[in-house]
Design a protein. Sequence first.
Length: 254
Amino acid sequence: MKQRFYETKLFGVFALLFGLFGLLLLAHHIASYETILRPHMDDLIANKVITNDISGPTFLYFFTNQSNIFVDVYLLLYAFGLFGNRALYRFTHNETLRCAVTLNILVTGIIYCGVLLPFQSASFPMEKGIWFSNVVNIWAHMVVPFCFTAFWFFPLDQRPLKKVKTALLCLIYPLGYFAFSVVRGAFAHFYPYPFLNSRQLWETLFKDKPYDAVTGVLLLAAVIVALSGIFFGLACALCAVHNKICQRKGAESA
């Protein structure tokens, strides 16, 4: 049987380099915050390049960066699996795991390109010495989501996935992320995204009306339920794509 190209050691080298590059970009972004980004933060917020004042370590609280880390770590483990580590080979060939990683990075790409990008009025300015942040931005929000989602169209395990069960398992991380962000935000007064802050939701909808905590929490709950529904639907769609491809390949080999 002909070896699939994404099961070769050459592809393992590509996966290794891809994952390392992504982690290095994120590390650079965090480490360079105080010396490169911080002096221009007020201008960047005013020009809507970014939406809030953040510090280097808080970059890790953003869903974008966490979903990218998951991809990078997965690719590193996948590479070592191809290089001969049987335990990592079996671990990374678990299609439920890969579906979860794909789902999170797919949402990152969809939300950025479909929702956030139209509201960004500018990119990081080239003349201020922070042009490299444009590379990080495009890589994390566009290149990685596109490439890793494309990888999903090449099944590692030909067995079909159970849509509902797989989708529910894929919801564990997003729901945990929402819960952590809301609870931490209440104490640290930092929310990575405005839709996770009940007060900002209230101000968006009701403007100058006095904040009502109960209604605010209900609005927040409604947003989280809606987002969970989107995650669930996309996970089911990924399972359907996987099953269809496996079914077609099975028919071709019969």
